[in-house]
Ligand binder design. Structure first.
Ligand code: BGC
Length: 756
């Protein structure tokens, strides 16, 4: 199909019209030229396809579909292949339902536990988020259906999401808030990108030329179309110029007319409209060219897949005395409404109308379970009778399992949480049950961290996150040992909200949200600050034991143009088959810029039989060692030693090796009379050039010194002399070096220093 030729046959009005939706979910058709409409739909963890009444907040009904685990859960799997399988299933459903694009994945960084939409996001770590996003996109797009990676960019709070400006410095953007998008775009070419509602450093994402064009297209090579989040368009013409191709949903023709007027009055080049129309049509025809509405959508099979996936995502956080797995012959109490009606998805645009759900209570049929409701999640209360009934059930049981977490209203799209606590009634229930039966286990359903005031009173905690419609099956499998838990936390669990690095400024003042903690997000902060945590990033237990050993590097020294291979052995030293996640972190041992202690740069999920051993290898390239240099406006590796750490979590490192990386890039330096000696001495070339000057300066110093009393001389050693001198600007030569100071020599040396 010659898209350019097609666009050339369109009127200006038709082209402008193509740049906004026909309605809530469709692009426009141009019937006279055979351009079909195409439908997009939420996303991300299943389909929210609305046939009838439409909205973007999940209020009205959508077709019956399959709700897979939300991103908060799938990230905990640390399993790329599995996330790809989930994407394939969703891609099949899209084909069946004639959807050209599914609106996801959502990859914003979990900066604070408070973000209402954290459940839809993968992680506090950009590398993990990027790997998961790319794997998901790979799966969906293998079915010739598009994805829309969102929300581009820096939409890490719901508070004032449509007006607030995320104020983020260049390095933090590059290292924390952009890489997940970058990885996905460069590796998988999502068919579309959805810009976010918020402003970024003062400019709406929907009209941000640097974000939508310079970075996304010119630097990363994005080829698809950019669509707006629903209602994110402020100035349509500015948006079009900046690179926003499709406005969603329809603006009733209002903004289309603005585009036409702008072309007619000469403020907008028609070529810009052509470009957007071409990009949109490329994708429309890419879909129609491969549409396969006869693709079967086997919902029962996908429900089974959703259960398998949910089981891979569960994170066992505590298992004192091996309380889990439970024995099937024992009397067990299931307490808490979530055992009967699990919370498995979040509120808002991702809310799926499930064709069926399986609760833990249903999944445990045939076992010896006694159920007590414990609390009313919707009313957020537990009556004395409910607690009494729960306590009685707990007393009568061998083990009491409390199903707890956050009710729907606590976390949702469109608003943030105001604290990190679980409902008081649930905390009370857990304490009461644990007092009645010391063998108490808590299963949690939540999209991001919660405080656990009862942690020392219970023996077990299983983090199920929002595990999708089959979460009950998965939970029972893990509780009773049919599945060995293998999830790892994709985020740190602080003890209390005020430990979180964004605590002091989260949400911002009015419409200005300054991301003042900079790159120190999640474990990057906690590890550097040595904060005591409830559970660290990457943490998760198993019913078996694993050992990581024999870490080897392919070289002791490399240049930043070479790759390094790290290999490590993993052994299942316990008595059950299981999976573990080998995590590789890199830390710059010495740096001239502030850097985290360690950053995740590789992970691999490995399955092992008891006694089995495998070797895992990781390839690390320049990016694994680099930070974003704001002078070069590029990734840069400082020459020096780096720690390569392999661990069970960011706080439990099993093996460390050291590699020296030599930079091949010299950061240009410019010196003037105000440059201080220290900065010049730190540069090997500078050290050589400045040596004569330093000598004169030191002599000047010691001469002054010899005129002093003996006591003063003893007090000031040569080392102190040099230490003081290091902070002095070159110009002080004239003040302190006495007669030997030669302005001409200083000028000559400066000239030499600045010669490349
Ligand atoms: C959300 C998007 C969603 C869109 C369409 C917006 O409110 O932010 O994530 O895809 O609605 O429902």
């Amino acid at each position: 199909m010659d898209i350019k030729a097609l666009v050339s046959q369109m009127t200006l009005e038709e082209k402008a019209g193509l740049c906004s939706g026909a309605d809530f979910w469709h692009t426009k058709a141009v019937e006279r030229l055979g351009v079909p409409a195409s439908m997009v739909s939420d996303g991300p963890h299943g389909l929210r396809k609305q046939d009838d009444k439409v909205d973007h907040l999940g209020v009205n009904d959508s077709i019956r579909a399959v709700c897979f685990p939300a991103a908060c859960a799938t990230a905990a799997s640390f399993d790329r292949a599995m996330v790809t399988r989930m994407g394939e299933a969703i891609g099949d459903a899209c084909q069946h339902e004639r959807l050209s694009v599914v609106l996801g994945p959502a990859v914003n960084i979990k900066r604070s536990p408070l973000c209402g939409r954290n459940f839809e996001y993968f992680s506090e770590d950009p590398y993990l988020a990027g790997e998961m996003a790319a794997s998901f996109i790979h799966g969906v797009q293998s079915r010739n259906v598009g994805t829309s990676i969102k929300h581009f960019a820096a939409n890490s709070q719901e508070h004032r999401r449509m007006s607030s400006s995320a104020e983020i410095d260049e390095r933090t953007l590059r290292e924390i808030y952009l890489p997940a998008f970058e990885t996905a775009v460069k590796r998988e070419q999502p068919w579309t990108v959805m810009c976010s509602y918020n402003r970024l450093n003062g400019v709406f994402a929907s009209e941000h030329p640097w974000l939508l064009t310079e970075l996304l297209r010119k630097e990363w090579g994005f080829e698809g179309y950019v669509m707006s989040d629903w209602g994110a368009v402020a100035d349509r013409v500015a948006g079009l110029k900046a690179g926003l191709d499709l406005e969603m949903p329809s603006s009733g023709g209002y903004n289309d007319r603005k585009i036409v007027e702008a072309v007619q009055n000469g403020t907008l080049d028609e070529a810009v409209v052509d470009r957007a129309a071409e990009r949109i049509l490329n994708i429309v025809f890419r879909y129609t060219g491969h549409a396969k509405p006869d693709t079967p959508w086997d919902k029962e099979a996908q429900h089974a897949l959703a259960a398998d996936i949910a089981a891979e995502c569960m994170v066992l956080l505590k298992n004192e005395g091996g309380i889990l797995p439970l024995r099937k012959e024992d009397e067990i109490a299931f307490i808490g409404e979530f055992a009967e009606k699990p919370r498995f998805q979040g509120g808002g645009s991702s809310h799926i109308n499930c064709f069926k759900t399986t609760s833990a209570l249903e999944a445990a049929q045939g076992l010896h379970i006694r159920y007590a409701r414990g609390y009313d999640a919707a009313k957020d209360m537990a009556s004395d009778e409910m607690i009494a009934e729960a306590v009685e059930a707990a007393r009568a049981a061998k083990v009491a399992v409390v199903f707890a977490g956050l009710p729907d209203v606590y976390e949702s799209e469109s608003y943030d949480r105001s604290h990190m606590r679980m409902p008081d009634c649930q905390n009370r229930l857990i304490e009461a049950v644990a007092a009645a039966n010391p063998n108490t286990v808590v299963v949690l359903h939540n999209g991001s961290p919660v405080e656990m005031p009862w942690i020392d009173s219970v023996k077990g905690v299983l983090e199920a996150y929002l595990g999708g419609q089959a979460v009950g099956t998965a939970t029972v499998r893990v509780l009773f040992g049919d599945m060995n838990p293998c999830g790892r936390l994709p985020e740190s669990f602080p003890k209390k909200l005020s430990d979180n690095p964004s605590y002091l400024f989260y949400g911002g003042e009015g419409n200005v949200a300054e991301y003042r903690e900079g790159i120190f997000v999640g474990y990057r902060y906690y590890d550097r600050k040595e904060t005591e945590l409830l559970f660290p990033f990457g943490f998760g237990l198993s019913y078996t034991d694993f050992c990581f050993f024999d870490l080897h590097l392919s070289a002791a020294e490399i240049s930043d143009r070479e790759a390094l291979t790290a290999t490590v052995k993993v052994k299942n030293t316990g008595s059950r088959p299981g999976k573990t996640v080998v995590q590789l972190y890199v830390g710059d041992k010495e740096s001239s810029v502030f850097r985290p202690v360690r950053e995740l740069k590789g992970f691999e999920k490995v399955e092992l039989q008891p006694g089995e051993e495998k070797e895992v290898s990781f390839t690390l390239d320049k990016r694994a060692f680099a930070y974003w240099n704001t002078q070069l406006h590029d990734w840069h590796v400082e020459t020096g030693e780096f720690a390569i750490e392999v661990g069970y979590s960011s706080r439990d490192i099993a093996e460390t090796a050291v590699v020296k990386v030599n930079s091949t890039v010299r950061v240009p330096r410019h010196y003037d009379i105000n440059s201080i000696f220290m900065d010049i001495l730190d540069d090997p070339r500078g050290r050589e050039i400045i040596a004569p000057l330093l000598k004169v300066m030191q002599e000047g110093f010691s001469q002054g010194q010899s005129e002093q009393s003996d006591a003063a001389n003893e007090a000031i050693t040569d080392a102190m002399n040099l230490a003081m001198l290091r902070y002095m600007p070159l110009r002080t030569l004239l003040s302190f070096a006495g007669e030997k100071a030669d302005p001409a020599a200083l000028e000559a040396i400066l000239k030499q220093l600045n010669e490349d």
